[in-house]
Design a protein around this ligand. Structure first.
Ligand code: 3HC
Ligand code: NAI
Length: 706
């Protein structure tokens, strides 16, 4: 046997151990090792039973996702081995622990019996990669758990715990101990009971009395709710095959549907994001040996929209948190909103009353910033105003203990200026949370010119602890995300002044899968928030000398149309439903007249998409060439995790490669010539132009933060 897959004797039980750290993914070497081990077991008649388990932190977390890109990829060798395991004439049991996912669960399903540690999580998450389980998971799981639960698990990709799996018939027993101890004891019991092999594929899918049109309904729902994901339809078809066809025919259906998805652009994009997310956590030049600063307690200055949401992240992770405000009223309001949020979660059954009490007990509010003296990390989340932020940063520099990290949640201000204001810039970093901060997965970590490496590394690790996906950005206006959003909003507003309605603009990008178009997005975030950042940027001298620049948001702000919260912004709100408002079109026409912008009636969806998204891509390329982002994938993660950019397009730069960089450059040049380019809006990023000229992909560009 190999180091990766071994077969050892424990009396008359053969113990097969998979050791492929970190997550025992099914690399070709693991598959070869498994096949050899099964052959050895087949040949040795002195064994009474086979136990399959894994060493390390988990059983098998699935197929090796890196291998799916190989043009000659085939699931057949693995599937054949699973068939051989199932056909063994002596009992085979799997001892499960950790995360039993994808091809890992498929291995367990091919075994005759399954025992799991109580903490085990089991699932078929392939849908999150735009594929379906390709090693008979769609055929074997329904035979154990029924078609309804199997379809739910495969379509959602959600995992279930060991006890739930036992109740569903996926696992036979749940036992405490190490996987090896539990597995051996379980197999000894099987032998004592003289039970024999039991092939999952030979079972019938249980009759659950599902309605005759169950699968038709599921197909209709997949088409309506997941129109951009071919996997949604294929998953229903595969489970339907399990429920209606003999196993061998279902197997052929699954293989065909899997292969169609594996080579689909949607799955390639989603696989790109899987690895980009993990890559984003790595900071070039900083090794694992770097000692991190301890973070046992957190302080937050400002209990407004962001401060309260940020506090919940830490409390949810069990970290004591203190909120400091200027007035008792603001503090009470902030703490009250957090309590209301937790109580609402409890009412929906997501938290127990005890958990609510535990979380509130970790949270303290005060008006005295001396409370920060005991904190390891303090995040300021006061109003977005440079003078105020400089003042509070200077104060934090004094009250925070030596070695404590001072972070700012600013969305746009210069982190280096704020760092200097503290008098201890090495301790300062940007932690740009997104609203609602307790929900949104993205965290931009802003690396100042003097941020200490251990501060950066500590914050990246902390991000993981609180369940965020963190991306490092250098210092610039708006960092990665809002800087790109600025050009996107700029074009949305020019299109509005030229005659397009908000719903036309949003509709064009939503048709590509954007969760929300730019007008709905800013109406929800707050026109006041958006306008204020533009105004502050103007004061700092950052805006182009163009009076028409973001003229719509500024006018909306002047007249109190703050978006959804005031019932009108770009749209008018009928409850929460946005409707085009003649007043917006009147304002846009008036602004166009005063700025000499020609109105047109021929603005089509293609032009909207190109102007919004190609500008966004061009800005992303600039961010890369300036070294603001480490890598193209980081930009893709910012937009998919923070701005509702469709994951099936892989993020703006992945999408740029799919469109072709030469096409994008040509269209940018087209708009420069047709719209004029006095302010450099259409100036092509030199990096983009150069890659397009060489026929290279931007996703392959190895950028380095300056
Ligand atoms: N293939 C290849 N590499 C994988 C992998 C996989 N299935 N799963 C994890 N890895 C790698 C990660 O890229 C990462 O590598 P790095 O250290 O070089 O960045 C390393 O393993 C550790 O992963 P995480 O940082 O994600 O570790 P966590 O402990 O946070 O999470 C996990 C562990 C829950 C197992 C998570 O890694 C995960 O969700 N993995 C993917 C699971 C999955 O999608 N399985 C289905 C695969 S498809 C399949 O099985 C097809 C079959 O039906 C034919
Ligand atoms: P907010 O207006 O809801 O809250 C600000 C809070 O700070 C108020 O409760 C105020 O009383 C308090 N405050 C002001 N001065 C203070 C001081 N000296 N000491 C203690 N508390 C003080 O503002 P919001 O939206 O929470 O924004 C805060 C920060 O977060 C800003 O920098 C903003 O740019 C940033 N941000 C906001 C996002 C949003 O969508 N609202 C998204 C991401 C970042």
């Amino acid at each position: 046997m190999t180091d990766i897959v071994s077969l050892d004797r424990h009396g008359d039980i053969a113990v097969l151990t998979i050791s492929n750290p970190p997550v025992n993914a099914l690399s070709p070497a693991v598959v070869a090792g498994l096949t050899a081990a099964v052959a050895a077991f087949e040949a040795d008649r002195t064994y009474a039973a086979l136990l399959v388990h894994s060493s390390g932190r988990t059983f098998v977390a699935g197929g090796d996702i890196t291998s799916f890109d190989a043009p000659d990829f085939s699931a057949a060798p693995y599937n054949d081995t699973l068939a051989r395991i199932e056909a063994l004439d002596r009992p085979v049991a799997a001892a499960l622990h950790g995360t039993v996912l994808g091809g890992g669960l498929e291995l367990a399903l091919a075994c005759h019996w399954r025992v799991a540690l109580p903490s085990t999580q089991l699932g078929l998450p392939e849908v999150k990669l735009g594929i379906l389980p390709g090693s008979l998971g769609t055929q074997r799981l329904p035979r154990l758990a029924g078609a309804k639960l199997a379809l739910d698990m495969i379509a959602s990709g959600r995992s279930i715990g060991a006890e739930a799996a036992r109740q569903a018939g996926i696992v036979d027993e749940v036992r405490e101990g190490t996987p090896l101890e539990v597995g051996l004891a379980f197999v000894q019991d099987l032998l004592a009971r003289r039970v024999g092999p039991r092939g999952t594929s030979e079972r019938a899918v249980p009759d659950e009395g599902l309605p005759a049109d169950f699968f038709d309904q599921a197909l209709a729902e997949a088409a309506a709710r997941k129109p951009f994901y071919p996997s949604a339809r294929n998953i229903v078809l595969a489970v339907q095959a399990a429920a209606t066809l003999p196993f061998a025919e279902g197997e052929a259906v699954e293989a065909r549907l899997f292969e169609a998805l594996r080579v689909s652009p949607e799955s390639q994009a989603m696989r790109h994001l899987f690895f980009a997310e993990r890559q984003a956590a790595k900071i070039p030049g900083l090794g694992r040996e770097l000692a991190l600063r301890p973070v046992h307690s957190v302080g937050i200055l400002g209990a407004g929209t962001m401060g309260g949401g940020i506090a919940m992240n830490f409390v949810n992770a069990g970290i004591p948190t203190v909120l400091v405000e200027v007035t008792q009223a603001a503090l009470d309001r902030g703490l009250g909103l957090i309590r209301t949020h937790y109580e609402a979660s409890a009412a929906k059954g997501r938290l127990t009353a005890q958990q609510v009490a535990q979380r509130m007990a970790l949270l303290r509010g005060t008006l005295d910033d001396a409370a920060f003296a005991d904190c390891d990390l303090v995040i300021e989340a006061v109003f977005e105003n440079m003078d105020l932020k400089k003042q509070v940063c200077a104060r934090l520099g004094q009250v925070c203990q030596p070695g404590a990290i001072i972070a700012t949640n600013t969305s746009t201000l210069d982190v280096d200026v704020l760092a200097a204001a503290t008098g201890r810039p090495a301790d300062v970093v940007g932690m740009h949370f997104f609203s609602p901060a307790n929900v949104m997965r993205l965290l931009e970590v802003v690396r100042g010119a003097r941020t200490a490496p251990d501060v950066l590394a500590t914050v990246m690790q902390l991000a993981r602890r609180i369940g965020k996906v963190a991306v490092v950005s250098g210092v610039c206006y708006g960092f990665i995300g809002n800087r790109m959003a600025e050009v996107y909003m700029r074009e949305a507003e020019f299109l509005m002044m030229e005659g397009a309605s908000p719903s036309q603009i949003d509709g064009a990008v939503e048709a590509l899968g954007m969760a929300m178009g730019p007008c709905r997005m800013l109406d929800m975030a707050g026109i006041d928030v958006g306008a204020n950042t533009v105004i502050e940027y103007g004061k700092a001298g950052g805006l182009p000398p163009d009076d028409s620049y973001r003229a719509v948001v500024r006018r909306m702000f002047e007249i109190g149309r703050f978006g959804q919260k005031t019932g009108a912004g770009y749209y008018r709100y009928d409850g929460r439903k946005p409707v085009d408002d003649p007043e917006t079109s009147r304002i846009a026409a008036e602004l166009a007249a005063s700025h000499g912008i020609a109105r047109r009636s021929d603005i089509g969806a293609q032009e909207i998409v190109e102007r919004l998204l190609y500008s966004l891509i061009n800005e992303g390329a600039r961010i890369l060439e300036e070294g603001i982002a480490y890598r193209p994938g980081d930009i893709d993660i910012v937009w998919t995790a923070g701005y509702g950019f469709p994951d099936h397009k892989g993020g703006p730069l992945w999408m740029a490669d799919a469109i072709g960089l030469a096409t994008i450059v040509e269209r940018l040049q087209h708009y420069a010539s047709t719209r004029g380019d006095a302010f450099g809006y259409w100036r092509v990023s030199p990096l983009l132009a150069s890659l397009a000229g060489k026929g290279q992909r931007i996703s392959d560009f190895a950028g380095t933060l300056a």
